[in-house]
Design a protein around this ligand. Structure first.
Ligand SMILES: Cc1ncc(COP(=O)(O)O)c(C=O)c1O
Length: 393
């Protein structure tokens, strides 16, 4: 476990010097000479597409997830589209998901040719309202897609237990939750299929785009491998319609190199989350529910306040790179205007869109930086805006 740099013996920079960045992608490549050497030799060998590096990453990620198979693709969006396609969607099939997710979850449902059905969100977990989701199931429902938003696992055991023997598939959108666990089991592996993104912002990040689908079913894995490669099964034999969406060999190598560090990075995120929750506990803020039993991986650290927009302005003026994820819920996005959803239809998703703010969280955020963010939040919420700006000692 990492020990944090403490404030002791460390001169705090003046507030006006402070810039608390949300991301620090490049720092994950400190001491990467061995990776560069491997990449150099790989490039010199001239194998770039579905090379052994892709297979090695798929095997390593499957082992990490403790599931049987992984098929690696170009993006998390493609992972979702391929996962839905492999389940033999037919026109008119419905796929249920939540109204507060990133656009890609619902775009993938539409791109795969299904009808998206939205349900509202739980007030405390900020995740899918499981009761509403199961109530929305009907004979046209082919798939239900819970999203482990901000890195918090959806209660998969509850979902599986309560879905009983209803005939639909579960596909987990785990794009924000690599490594998160429930009772020791990794998210992505509870459902028929689990989908991941390796966008540079993610907990496990490529040096570009990437995605993957995991499953325990050999038949689905074989078909996924065909779907990601234009339906090809063996040279010149195209068994089905497919996409051209293969994880790049260079990204596979980068991901294999980073994977052994993922659990430590996730633990660092949890430590930062604990610090935030402790230091901000006496302020009028609400946090995403976290009982400490599940292994939340804090892709984002969300706080809820009805003065969100003003707090965001204040933090940005103080050099804190806070952000809103997501300011417009899915049902109010122009891209989905054909779906016929209305304002007011998913009130909790709308409330969260107006009240959630994400504070910077990344594995190498220091305690000094956490303290500065907390002081800035406190100075605003306690009405002493001057305090955060006069932070230097
Ligand atoms: C919840 C969720 N689903 C899907 C995706 C899509 O992943 P990608 O950007 O790799 O296509 C993302 C990426 O931001 C995401 O956050």
């Amino acid at each position: 476990m990492r020990s944090f740099r403490t404030t002791e013996g460390c001169r705090r920079p003046h507030a006006s010097d402070m810039k608390i960045q949300r991301y620090d992608y490049a720092s994950q490549f400190d001491n990467f000479e061995d990776l560069i050497a491997d990449l150099r030799s790989m490039i010199r060998q001239g194998h770039y597409v579905l090379s052994q590096e892709v297979g090695q990453f798929e095997t390593a990620f499957a082992k990490y997830l403790e599931c049987s198979f992984v098929s690696a693709v170009n993006t998390g969006t493609d992972a979702l589209v391929c996962a839905l396609k492999v389940l033999d969607l037919r026109p008119g099939d419905e796929v249920i998901t939540q109204a507060n997710t990133f656009n890609a979850t619902v775009a993938a449902i539409c791109l795969a040719g299904a009808k998206p059905v939205l349900v509202d969100v739980d007030e405390d977990s900020f995740l899918m309202n499981i009761g509403e989701a199961l109530a929305a199931v009907n004979p046209k429902t082919l798939v239900l897609v819970p999203v482990h938003l901000y890195g918090k696992p959806t209660s998969m055991r509850e979902l599986l237990a309560d879905s009983g023997n209803q005939r639909f598939h579960l596909v987990e959108d785990a794009a924000q939750a690599h490594g998160a666990r429930i009772d020791g089991r990794r998210v992505g592996t509870f459902a028929t299929l689990g989908c991941f993104s390796f966008h540079p912002s993610k907990n496990l990040a490529a040096a570009g785009d990437g995605g993957a689908i995991c499953t325990n079913r050999a038949d689905l894995q074989q078909r996924l491998d065909a779907i990601r490669a234009l339906g090809q099964v063996g040279q010149n034999n195209h068994a089905c319609l497919g996409y051209n969406t293969k994880l790049d060999s260079i990204q596979a190598k980068v991901l294999s190199w980073k994977l052994p560090k993922l659990d430590e990075w996730n633990e660092q995120r949890r430590q930062i989350a604990r610090m935030y929750r402790e230091r901000l506990s006496d302020l009028p803020l609400r946090f995403q529910a976290w009982d400490g039993k599940e292994e939340h991986v804090f892709h984002l650290f969300a706080v809820r306040t009805d003065r969100r927009d003003q707090l965001l302005d204040h933090l940005q003026a103080s050099g804190v790179d806070a952000v809103v994820r997501y300011p417009t819920p899915i049902h109010l996005q122009a891209a989905f205007s054909d779906c016929g959803w209305k304002k007011g239809q998913f009130p909790t998703a709308e409330a969260l869109a107006g009240e959630l703010l994400c504070l910077p969280i990344r594995p190498n955020l220091t305690e000094v930086e956490v303290d500065y963010v907390c002081a800035s939040v406190a100075s605003f919420l306690k009405g002493n805006v001057g305090i955060g700006r006069a932070y230097s000692v």
